[in-house]
Design a protein around this ligand. Sequence first.
Ligand SMILES: [Ca+2]
Ligand SMILES: [Ca+2]
Ligand SMILES: [Ca+2]
Ligand SMILES: [Ca+2]
Length: 228
Amino acid sequence: MLVLPRIFKSYAMVAGTLVLLAACGGQKDQTKQEGGSAGGGESTSADPVQEQRTASAVIERIDVNNDRKPDVFKHYALIEDPAGDGKGGRLQRKALIRKEIDVNFDQRIDIVEYYKGEPGKEIKEREEFDLDFDGRVDEIRKYDNGNLTEMQLDLGFDGRIDTWMFYQMTKNEDGKDVNRLNERRRDENGDGVIDSWEYYVKGKLQKIGRDTNGDGQPDMFTRVDEKK
Ligand SMILES: [Ca+2]
Ligand SMILES: [Ca+2]
Ligand SMILES: [Ca+2]
Ligand SMILES: [Ca+2]
């Protein structure tokens, strides 16, 4: 099994907390807190959600930790609804295309999510993570129809991807759809060339391939006994 560095766990916790905060943090709480203070301009800048609109796009800036600096940025394209607003007027709908998240509140983006699809039916097609907060992407996730298909990791944190994981939708024992790890490739010595290929069946490691002659292709295979 691959042992993930501790940073992954702490990062996942921070990210999870932030997602919760983002989901719960609403304008109404903020309005209550700021309600007593005077001045309309003040309350505008204290609003955790700031919206910037152009003719074709909207950017929402959300301050999750109430330090008046935005930590989540949601980028939308404005799409004309052909049906209009039902009263003969125009109607534009927002389609989320990108979400940027500053997980550790240092004003640097750590997660970028890319979406596609019609307004209200957006699905994620890609995610990029800076796991050690150095400004460099260390993990990329690719999705097809909302399902994870590939994950790329820089576990050495040297700016070079060293681990590739491929996923496939299959049926489990109960006939239910399940997305499972299918293959993992690794560049173990960090020279940019893959050295090991792990093949999984029903989520279990079955076979390991190794490149012994350095041509970047597996040429020696070992079967993995299920009962170790
Ligand atoms: Ca903030
Ligand atoms: Ca950050
Ligand atoms: Ca990084
Ligand atoms: Ca290598």
